[in-house]
Design a protein around this ligand. Structure first.
Ligand code: NAD
Ligand code: UDP
Length: 338
């Protein structure tokens, strides 16, 4: 199949491109590089040993997007493109709604024009909001979101479900990611945050390499096993393989289906620090500070629907996540800035 990856130069998109190619598919990437780097495309090409058609355009720019669909016969779309910083979305909500929702609407218009009906969407566990019990399962009512970012995912899910009602041929899988971490085992692709990282894994790896002096652990008074926050971390390569499985499912089905991509297991911040230290033989100095506003104490996936419908489950361990993150960081101390 010929698969369009919007946001394919980004962290998850680049790893997913590699897995699709590995399975014999062709990919076309559209990305405006607002949060990524063209060197990521070069690295995908290095790993997969082939040239990738890449277009530096905004997905909301439908005139140029249309040209991409005219040039390539697209069979399916995986829509990663979006702004994703939760905290930033609270500060500049209009920019988040405009970017994430407009780009999806434009994409849907062009897909309809070209009669493309298979769609995989990068949703998020944040759609489960504040009030659901753990583990989160797909039958729970989503909503009560705690940031504009999460609401963009919630609204886009709704838009896609509405399209599936009227277009009987449309097939969409709403993949609700938990916490993607890690890097390609080659060390050539990985997470490349701008400035000081917000997320735990890139922060820890920058402490390990000496760019940051110590980790600040946001709270040790949560009702969890050691008081620190618990999340369901999933290796980005497992997550990428989940997209391959989701597309195989989408091809054979119609309608909209929300599916969690997580491991089903929660680890605390202290678990991560200890495992990272042990797996990589490094020291991570840390300090406990106050809770971060908006953080939930603990959540993880009920990962059974993905097993049932996609015949997919995460296989990599927390040690793999820590080792691969560190290999990427060590080999690329400045990320993709070559
Ligand atoms: P990322 O920022 O690395 O990748 C997103 C890519 O989209 C970037 O390359 C960016 O340049 C591009 N982009 C953004 N807006 C665009 C637009 N209008 N037109 C063209 N390109 C545009 O993020 P990621 O971690 O790879 O996440 C991919 C998707 O998964 C996002 O939609 C994100 O919200 C979602 N997601 C991520 C996580 C996570 O923790 N990483 C968790 C849940 C969901
Ligand atoms: N965390 C932390 N220090 C940091 C970054 C994150 O203690 O510098 C904690 C955070 O409070 C949460 C966990 O690590 O309990 C995962 O945070 P991350 O930002 O990676 O993911 P999210 O909050 O989106 O689940």
């Amino acid at each position: 199949m010929n698969i369009l990856l919007t946001g394919g130069a980004g962290y998850i998109g680049s790893h997913t491109a590699i897995e699709f190619i590995e399975k014999g598919h062709s990919v076309v990437i559209v990305d405006n590089l607002v949060n990524s780097n063209h060197f990521a495309i070069k690295r995908i090409e290095e790993i997969s040993r082939q040239k990738i058609p890449f277009y530096n355009i905004d997905v909301a720019d439908i005139a140029n997007l249309d040209k991409v669909f005219c040039k390539h016969k697209i069979d399916a779309v995986v829509h990663f493109a979006g702004l994703k910083a939760v905290g930033e979305s609270v500060q500049i909500p209009v920019k988040y709604y405009r970017n994430n929702i407009d780009s999806t609407l434009g994409l849907l218009e062009i897909m309809e024009k070209h009669n493309v009906v298979n769609f995989i969407f990068s949703s998020s566990a944040t759609v489960y909001g504040n009030n659901n019990d753990i583990p989160y399962n797909e039958n729970m009512l989503a909503g009560n979101c705690s940031s504009p970012y999460a609401w963009t995912k919630f609204f886009i899910e709704q838009i896609l479900k509405d399209v599936a009602v009227v277009n009987q041929n449309f097939s969409v899988v709403l993949l609700r990611y938990f916490n993607p971490v890690g890097a390609h085992p080659s060390g050539k692709t990985g997470e490349n945050p701008n400035g000081i990282p917000n997320n735990l894994f890139p922060y820890i790896s920058q402490v390990a390499i000496g760019k940051l002096s110590e980790l600040k652990i946001f709270g040790n008074d949560y009702p969890t096993k050691d008081g620190t926050g618990v999340r369901d971390y999933i290796h980005v390569v497992d997550l990428a393989k989940g997209h391959v499985a989701a597309l195989e499912y989408a091809e054979k089905h119609k309608g909209a289906e929300a599916i969690n991509l997580g491991t089903g297991r929660g680890y605390s911040v202290l678990d991560i620090v200890k495992t990272f230290e042990k797996a990589n033989n490094v020291k991570i100095p840390y300090q406990i500070v106050g809770r971060r506003a908006g953080d939930l104490s603990e959540y993880y996936a009920d990962a059974s629907k993905a097993v049932l419908l996609l015949n997919w489950k995460a296989e990599k361990t927390l040690e793999d996540m820590c080792r691969d993150t560190w290999r990427w960081q060590r080999q690329n101390p400045n990320g993709y800035d070559e």
